[in-house]
Write a protein that binds this ligand. Structure first.
Ligand SMILES: Cc1cc2nc3c(=O)[nH]c(=O)nc-3n(C[C@H](O)[C@H](O)[C@H](O)COP(=O)(O)O)c2cc1C
Length: 192
């Protein structure tokens, strides 16, 4: 796959085949994602692999309930537009994917979100290059239940940045429309 093909083939995948992803391959892709740049080369990313559909269902319910509670407390919450979807009991925020990789890190790290997002981007490309599909699922970040956090080994001082579903896609959808890039200024050698 050329780099250009990689960029155009990577899509957010929301339908997965019921085929497990070998753990060795997941670990290989995680290693590749750590080739991403990070501020001061701090590499603040940590990873959790959830290779268990029942656990993913419980995590989906936990995250949905927490977001719904947040919307109840604040009707202006950004997730309000997803309220109907989140109220649908059969909606699994992780799309019944066979695997989830969570990228997280210490909440005190200044550039945590930028660094982890870069690792997430590399991870999604590493998956695409192997014929695997991914989707970054913000709706799955709200894991607060202490028991569940303990099971997942999420330390209290860590924040989940990117839960990424992983699996073999049923099909690859066409790209949602992109806007033309907004280049707001070009300064040439002859201009200031
Ligand atoms: C930070 C972030 C959060 C996202 N959260 C969700 C989500 O919760 N659920 C979902 O279905 N897709 C989610 N997506 C996927 C976007 O909807 C998707 O990237 C966008 O529609 C463009 O489609 P493409 O990835 O196929 O190019 C998220 C993407 C990003 C970058």
């Amino acid at each position: 796959m050329t780099f250009d093909e990689l960029l155009t083939t990577r899509r957010s995948i929301r339908k997965y085949q019921d085929i497990p992803v070998p753990l060795d391959i997941v670990k290989e892709m995680i290693r590749e994602s750590t080739l991403a740049p990070s501020s001061g080369n701090e590499q603040p990313w940590k990873f959790i692999i959830v290779d268990n559909k029942q656990m993913l269902e419980r995590m989906s319910t936990e995250s949905k309930n927490n977001i719904l509670a947040r919307i109840d407390a604040n009707p202006d919450d950004y997730a309000k537009k997803y309220q109907g979807l989140l109220q649908n009991e059969s909606y699994n925020v992780f799309f019944n994917a066979p695997c989830l990789v969570i990228i997280l890190g210490n909440s005190g790290v200044k550039n945590l979100f930028v660094d982890c997002a870069l690792a997430a981007s590399y991870f999604m490309m590493a998956a695409t290059s192997r014929g695997l599909g991914t989707c970054w699922v913000n709706l799955g970040t709200q894991i607060h239940d202490p028991e569940m956090k303990k099971k997942l080994n999420i330390p209290d001082d860590c924040t989940i940045v990117a839960p990424i579903t992983l699996g073999y896609p049923v099909s690859i959808p066409s790209a949602p429309k992109r806007n033309d890039p907004e280049i707001i200024k070009i300064i040439t050698p002859r201009q200031e």
